[in-house]
Design a protein around this ligand. Structure first.
Ligand code: GLN
Length: 279
């Protein structure tokens, strides 16, 4: 058994060669403590460890469960976040939201940030890490997700800087608890898209992915319509967007009293982050 054989287990199941290479590296690192420099140095891996890695690769190939769930960790902005099937796996695009929010937080010297639908807590935790003067509160309806978010807060030593609360959107937030900014990467996939979703995505919680309405706008509406009650004057609302949702979401935000609406594209040219100001 060679490292190439592990890659082949993955590519034989239809996983792209580049992806298979990355995943093999992750499996070797995680289950055999074998790093990329060990590979370059030509270090030999003993057969029992290689067999364990092969076993995990076979499981990945057979089930198509995301590699992050098999390992229990996902890379996000240079950190390893704990993940399991109760939370969405953090996506690279979400870094755009975190970076843009950080710019606005620094410009305005903001202190209190809310991350609505926090899931793994990746946004709340990264905002707290990058902005030492803020407090970030992550909110989610799922108790299981909140357990994961709290583990990530502990892992990153963000005690008292990122806290979490169980709440169905704003149901458990008091109107006198004011925030300078509300950010959210809400569920935004219309239920009709469920039938042709990638196998890997079917392992992620439906509740984190899908809305009930046909256009995937349910949470943009629920959050926008209520956000101003919880924001300080001059506060911001910011969302991550799904494909082709920017115009609809801009209208929803305008109708909810937000102005100065701005949009940022991701590397694929898709409108990915939208934000507006409440006065
Ligand atoms: N906030 C989390 C993330 O961005 C979870 C989002 C969600 O579950 N919709 O990854």
């Amino acid at each position: 058994m060679l490292i190439q054989d592990i890659e082949k287990i993955l590519t034989d199941s239809g996983i792209e060669p580049n992806e298979a290479r990355v995943e093999t590296k992750l499996l070797l690192e995680h289950f055999a403590g074998f790093s990329i420099s060990d590979i370059i140095m030509g270090k030999k891996l003993d057969d029992s460890k290689l067999e364990l890695v092969a076993q995990k690769a076979r499981y990945r190939a057979k089930t198509r469960q995301p590699i992050q769930y098999i390992i229990g960790l996902a890379d996000f902005m240079g950190e390893k976040f704990i993940v399991n099937s109760s939370v969405l796996i953090p996506r690279d695009e979400t870094e755009l939201l975190v970076r843009q929010a950080t710019e606005i937080i620094k410009e305005n010297n903001f202190k209190n940030i809310m991350d609505m639908a926090t899931g793994s807590g990746c946004i709340a935790c990264m905002l707290a890490k990058l902005n030492p003067n803020i407090h970030a509160m992550g909110v989610d309806i799922s108790t299981e997700a909140l357990h994961v978010a709290i583990s990530n807060m502990e892992k990153l030593s963000l005690f008292n800087r990122a806290t979490f609360r169980k709440s169905d959107v704003f149901s458990k937030i008091r109107e006198d608890e004011k925030f300078d900014m509300i950010v959210s990467n809400p569920p935004y996939i219309p239920p009709s898209a469920k039938t042709n979703i990638q196998k890997e995505v079917s392992f992620e919680p439906d509740m984190a992915l899908y809305t009930n309405d046909a256009k995937g706008l349910e949470f943009y509406e629920k959050i926008s319509e209520n956000a101003s009650k919880y924001l300080n004057n001059g506060g911001y609302l910011m969302f991550e967007l799904g494909i082709d949702q920017s115009i609809d979401v801009a209208i929803i935000m305008k109708n909810s009293g937000f102005s100065d609406i701005k949009i940022l594209k991701d590397l694929a040219g898709i409108d990915r982050v939208i934000w507006g100001k409440f006065n």
